[in-house]
Design a protein around this ligand. Structure first.
Ligand code: 4AD
Ligand code: MG
Length: 432
């Protein structure tokens, strides 16, 4: 029986007869020869169908094929130096499964709104294919990296009975006539996990009701949040650096084809794989902005244009460490050498992408944390369970959160974060 392979496996089957399950993306014919552009979800390549190689019925059926027709085919794999993929199949037989007119996405320019309205189909096109393959590599690299480092995957809830980090960005849910919210971060639950199992990471959807139409904002995005007991901020920065280096390396190793589809220059990603990220203090970052002529005062938070200026000065991600307490969250630990700042850091991705991760050492002292919760104007009763983590066996601990789609947008050099997730949820889009 002829072996069933995927297009991706074609290089291992040169000059062999194989079977494939495929969809048609485009078709060109000139008399007795047809060039069928094929995809199967693993790669794209060309099928060549010659009148003399197939039965009359098969040739007639092939003539009728429309874009996105699905079929089984039998053929022989050949090298094809001229193509992107490097191989093609010479077809000897095919069996149509589904064939319809009117596929809305053609091989021409469409507006992005049209493409997003047809996202359920657009996902099949080359660019989304490449991005989703890279997303998959990054997901797997994350799981592999943290497993190797001795972390346990830990799942945080999505329904929250109160606002974990303040109330402005929360989606309200009617929970059996009670108020509930969708989670904006799994962190506080991750801290419970760290006190139970040492080193954990959460990885799941989070929700922000920010009224932003910016290219870095979605209302639903995936966040990966490690939390480490017995760990200070410096060691957390080491892990963040190793993690980004490892993940980038995995993409370079496994996704050359996809990067080339995207026209993404791999050399731009290579410095990241070396680690050695600069740790720039907030104070020095402020100076950098002022020197660049930006109107920025100490104590301000960085906006996207500020981050762009800073991150364009580096060829790999950069840490900005120790922000003023006034612009960060209540759970962070104050710097013992300078109580005006927290022991915290954001990671800005290069090439102007800006913040992709943020984290800190957590305040581990019961009384200090209680005070910080009160100072933040939060309701103590909501945080009693969180304070218990300090009351019973509290230890120094640190953690961080990575915005998965922002990181993908940088790795793939996307103009907008919406292309980094299969079905984006934006302030003005929930369909399909
Ligand atoms: O900086 P944020 O708000 O940090 C936290 O939520 C912490 N609890 C993380 C932690 O220490 N465990 O969010 C973390 C990351 C940001 O750096 C950014 O990459 C991403 O989440 N992010 C968004 N991504 C897409 N759309 C949005 N609206 C985002 N808001 C934050
Ligand atoms: Mg942040």
């Amino acid at each position: 029986m002829t072996e069933l392979i995927s297009i991706k496996e074609a290089p291992k089957h040169v000059n062999e007869e194989v079977r494939l399950h495929v969809w048609l993306t485009d078709k060109r014919s000139s008399g007795k020869i047809m060039f069928l552009q094929l995809r199967d979800g693993t790669a794209f390549f060309q099928g060549v169908l010659r009148k003399n190689d197939v039965s009359e019925e098969v040739f007639a059926a092939a003539k009728e094929l429309r874009q996105e027709a699905s079929f089984y085919l039998t053929g022989t794999i050949h090298e094809d130096q001229r193509s992107h993929f490097g191989y093609e199949v010479q077809i000897s037989d095919l069996q149509v499964v589904s064939n319809n007119d009117g596929y809305p996405i053609g091989n021409k320019e469409h507006g992005v709104d049209f493409l997003l309205d047809n996202r359920h189909l657009w996902l099949r096109s080359k660019k989304p294919f490449a991005i989703m393959q890279i997303r998959n590599t990054m997901f797997k690299a994350t799981v592999d990296f943290f497993e190797k480092e001795g972390f346990v995957k830990f799942d945080a809830p999505i329904f929250m009975h109160s606002a974990p980090e303040g109330t402005t960005q929360l989606f309200h849910v009617d929970y059996f006539k009670h108020d509930a919210y969708l989670s904006q971060s799994g962190q506080l639950y991750g801290e419970a996990g760290a006190m139970a199992y040492g080193k954990i990471f959460t990885f799941g959807p989070t929700f922000r009701a920010e009224e932003s139409k910016g290219r870095r904002h979605m209302t639903e995005f995936w966040m990966m949040e490690p939390e480490m007991a017995w760990m200070h901020q410096d060691e957390s920065l080491d892990i963040q650096e190793r993690y980004l280096a490892y993940m980038t390396k995995q993409v370079l190793e496994h996704n050359q084809y996809e990067l080339s589809i995207l026209g993404r220059d791999p050399d731009k990603l290579r410095p990241t794989t070396e680690g050695n990220f600069t740790r720039l203090s907030y104070d020095d970052a402020v100076k950098m902005l002022q020197d660049a002529g930006r109107d920025f005062k100490w104590g301000d938070d960085f906006g996207a244009p500020d981050e762009e200026v800073i991150s364009k000065s580096f060829d790999r991600p950069v840490f900005i460490v120790n922000y003023p307490t006034s612009i960060k969250q209540f759970y962070m630990k104050k710097n013992p050498d300078n109580p005006k700042e927290y022991l915290c850091a954001d990671v800005l991705a290069p090439e102007g992408y800006g913040e992709i991760m943020g984290g800190s050492e957590r305040e581990g002292d019961y009384e200090v944390l209680k005070q910080q919760i009160e100072d933040a104007g939060l309701n103590l009763a909501d945080y009693q369970w969180y304070l218990d983590l300090r009351k019973f066996g509290g230890v120094p601990h640190s953690g961080f959160g990575m915005g998965f789609e922002r990181t993908i947008a940088w790795i793939c050099k996307l103009d907008h974060i919406r292309e980094a997730i299969p079905f984006p949820r934006l302030i003005n889009r929930m369909q399909p």
